[in-house]
Design a binder for this molecule. Structure first.
Ligand code: ZN
Length: 288
């Protein structure tokens, strides 16, 4: 047996646990609210689609001999039957892509924030929140094809990753929207790196999210980084994997410095843990 062949065998044997192992073709599937459904589109010479779900276009990837739609499931999706749509070139439905969402009971989380206005915004704040919602929807709804989204990412900052995605939140005793991202504990000023190549689609100071950066990774996959102390990029900037986006801070509705990391697929915010290798996954911890 030649040395080259021996090396190959060694790499194959060790690959699953190594950082340089080939990235997976698709993310981890989890057909729950806030999860991802992988829908088989069968074999075809070219990319089938588009695939639409809740009026947003979902990524389609080649998966061996066949094609797979990667569909983000919004957190407020009721358990039960759902269907994405495979659409032809003229916009007509070619076939339904049914799947079943299984229930997941997310825990409650009670947080206390000092600034009561972040819990009960005044009329001026509400007008601002409405304007910002349009920008956020536009950023998270981006569908471009300049980049190919990665299905496995490194965390954008080192630190303790809390399993806080999906928690049903109460601020100062009042129910608010569920938590749609992953909080990572990190000191103020820690650099935040883009976990993949893409283009900055939006950046600015938002009422709840504080200083925030949105990065479009292509095909409906957009990541967001909130509560920054400083933003180092501008809309339109291309970023590489590892590019610094800004610094960890405590701006917006927070209890202390941390990074809020969100990932959207076809506009649905999904659990970022589905994009992390198993050894990068979060431990249960106090969320911020
Ligand atoms: Zn958060």
């Amino acid at each position: 047996m030649t040395r080259a062949l021996l090396c190959t065998l060694t790499v194959l044997a060790l690959a699953p646990g190594l950082a340089f192992a080939a990235a997976p073709v698709v993310p981890t599937e989890s057909r729950v609210p806030g999860g991802i459904a992988l829908l088989d589109l069968g074999a075809s010479p070219g990319e089938p689609g588009p695939v639409m779900y809740n009026d947003h276009r979902a990524p389609v990837v080649r998966n061996g001999e066949t094609w797979t739609a990667v569909v983000g499931i919004p957190l407020d999706t009721p358990p039960g039957p759902q269907a994405a749509r495979l659409v032809g070139a003229e916009g007509k439905e070619v076939r339904a892509l049914p799947f079943t969402v299984v229930p997941k009971q997310y825990a409650e989380q009670h947080l206390t924030v000092k600034d009561q206005r972040k819990v009960d915004p005044n009329a001026e704040d509400l007008a601002r929140i409405d304007r910002e919602k349009v920008r956020i929807d536009r950023a998270l709804g981006a569908y471009t094809t300049d980049f190919t989204p990665p299905w496995q990412m490194l965390p954008p900052v080192p630190g303790e990753r809390s399993s806080s995605f999906g928690l049903r939140r109460f601020f100062n005793g009042q129910p608010r929207n569920p938590h749609s991202g992953m909080d990572i504990a990190a000191a103020e000023g820690t650099p935040i790196v883009s976990p993949a190549a893409g283009r900055v689609v939006e950046a600015g100071d938002f009422f709840f999210n504080g200083n925030t950066v949105f990065v479009d990774h292509g095909h409906g996959v957009v990541t967001m980084y909130c509560h920054l102390s400083r933003i180092d990029v501008q809309p339109g900037d291309p970023v590489a994997a590892g590019s610094i986006l800004g610094l960890v801070g405590a701006t917006g509705r927070v209890t202390g410095p941390h990074l809020h990391w969100g990932i959207g697929i076809n506009r649905a915010m999904v659990d970022p843990a589905l994009f992390l290798a198993a050894d990068e996954n979060p431990q249960p911890a106090a969320a911020r």
